[in-house]
Design a protein around this ligand. Structure first.
Ligand code: C2G
Length: 137
């Protein structure tokens, strides 16, 4: 069984997240999501809306996702790839080049991000009372 892994916070799940999960799953038979813990996310300078358990529950309900494991440190990726026998590492190209150290252990794929959406944008829009996405200028 070919496994693919991706990493992220996946807070306030949106279609950009769904797009990368769908495309990652299309590359293999089994998708593992290494989900950033609340503490690790804080370390990335981000404030989560949904706590880890809530984000995990939401991810596990997405049909592309087969398993969710915690991401607690920047140093766990090689161990994760080896321990889970992962063939492909996938992440958005905003990280292009940052995880090339995994290339001796698995295929490394950086995918284009989905334009026009981000968790930060959602939070900012809601805070500013912006209209829904469809009738934003
Ligand atoms: N993403 C995307 N398009 C968007 C927004 C996000 O393709 N419009 C992708 C990101 O590139 C990433 C994944 O969705 O691959 C999850 O995004 P985040 O939750 O923002 O994850 P990030 O903070 O980038 O964490 O060790 C790696 C880090 O944990 C990655």
């Amino acid at each position: 069984m070919k496994k693919v892994i991706t990493y992220g916070t996946f807070d306030l799940i949106h279609h950009g997240h769904i797009n990368i999960l769908r495309r990652a799953k299309a590359m293999a038979d089994y998708l593992i999501v290494a989900l950033s813990t609340d503490e690790f996310t804080a370390g990335k300078g981000k404030q989560v809306y949904y706590k880890y358990d809530e984000r995990k529950l939401i991810l596990e309900a997405i049909k592309y996702v087969d398993e969710v494991i915690p991401e607690t440190s920047w140093e766990q990726k090689i161990d994760d790839v080896l321990k889970h026998h992962v063939a492909v590492f996938v992440i958005g190209e905003d990280w292009a080049g940052k995880f090339d150290f995994l290339k001796p252990h698995c295929e490394v794929v950086y995918l284009p991000r989905t334009e026009g959406i981000s968790t930060t944008q959602i939070k900012n829009d809601l805070a500013s009372g912006a209209q829904s996405a469809k009738n934003k200028k």
